[in-house]
Design a protein around this ligand. Structure first.
Ligand code: ADP
Length: 267
């Protein structure tokens, strides 16, 4: 079992991987796909006159401000556009893909944050109408049922809170949670960079191998969203996943490349 997370950053079109996924699927490889949708969400937010806002927590983490209107736009982008279009491309490539958000069948469940703290101009503000949280539980039997029946699950945030609300969750950590729940051998993160870079501005500065017990030492190279990927990698490895690869979604044969160790291999 392999879990493949395809990012939603600028420059990535998950549909470009559809033919490659179809070939792997025909070979009999079992896997689950997870994807993001941040860039489409940003664009749609702009078009709908409710531009994206990002907040910084006191610990320095950046996240999307998800008020109720943003949550609607988030669902339009992740489920309505990216997930449906991706499933469409997979169907066209001959794979019987099924799109699911974490809400469907209670696939991804977690805690909604009661209140979040945002630092603005040196002052901390408490926000209570934010719909974000973290995935803690995966309905693995739903995924197993689909796979057993020959369907390829294509999973997207949002997740479901324990109170039954849709919540914006980090896709990388959700993918890690799914990989642990399915006892996957590998977790592949495909993004818009070649892997973890020593210098984010230099694509040649790839860190190609990291021993699992040394992952923390590399955290200082990661900025912003890359920190979440390393956290997801750590959670997956701690949960028993054999190896994690952070690779590039943009080139040809992106998935084969990552499976063959192109990118940052952590294991
Ligand atoms: P995706 O949506 O594709 O999962 P993210 O946007 O979450 O991807 O994370 C990838 C981004 O992380 C890159 O576009 C890059 O700007 C940023 N990043 C920060 N630090 C690093 C680093 N050391 N190496 C590579 N990318 C980094």
């Amino acid at each position: 079992m392999i879990v493949i997370k395809i990012g939603g950053g600028e420059g990535i079109d998950p549909r470009r991987t559809a033919e490659e996924i179809a070939a792997l699927w025909r070979e009999g490889q079992r896997f689950v796909i997870v994807h993001g949708g941040s860039h489409v969400t940003n664009e749609l937010s702009e078009q709908l006159g409710h531009p994206a806002q990002f907040i910084t927590s006191p610990s320095g983490h950046t996240s999307r401000r998800t008020d109720p209107q943003t949550l609607d736009i988030f669902m339009m982008a992740y489920c309505g556009v990216v997930n449906n279009r991706f499933v469409e491309a997979l169907q066209a490539a001959g794979v019987n893909a099924v799109g699911l958000s974490g809400v469907d069948g209670g696939l991804l469940r977690g805690k909604r944050k009661a209140a979040i703290r945002a630092v603005e101009n040196g002052r901390t503000r408490v926000i209570r109408d934010d719909y974000t949280g973290t995935v803690e539980e995966v309905n693995a039997s739903l995924l197993a049922t689909l796979l057993d029946q020959g369907y390829l699950p294509v999973v997207t945030p949002p997740a479901l809170s324990y109170e039954g609300e849709a919540i914006n969750v980090d896709g990388d950590r959700a993918a890690a949670c799914i990989a642990v729940a399915l006892k996957a051998e590998q977790l592949i993160f495909l993004s818009n960079v070649p892997g973890l870079l020593r210098d984010v501005t230099d694509p040649e500065s790839l860190i190609s191998d990291i021993a699992r017990h040394r992952l923390e030492e590399f955290d200082s190279f990661a900025e912003g969203r890359m920190k979440k990927k390393l956290l997801g990698a750590q959670e997956a490895l701690d949960g028993g996943v054999g190896r994690v690869v952070i690779g590039d979604a943009r080139g040809e044969e992106a998935i084969h490349g990552a499976l063959n160790g192109k990118g940052t291999v952590i294991g």
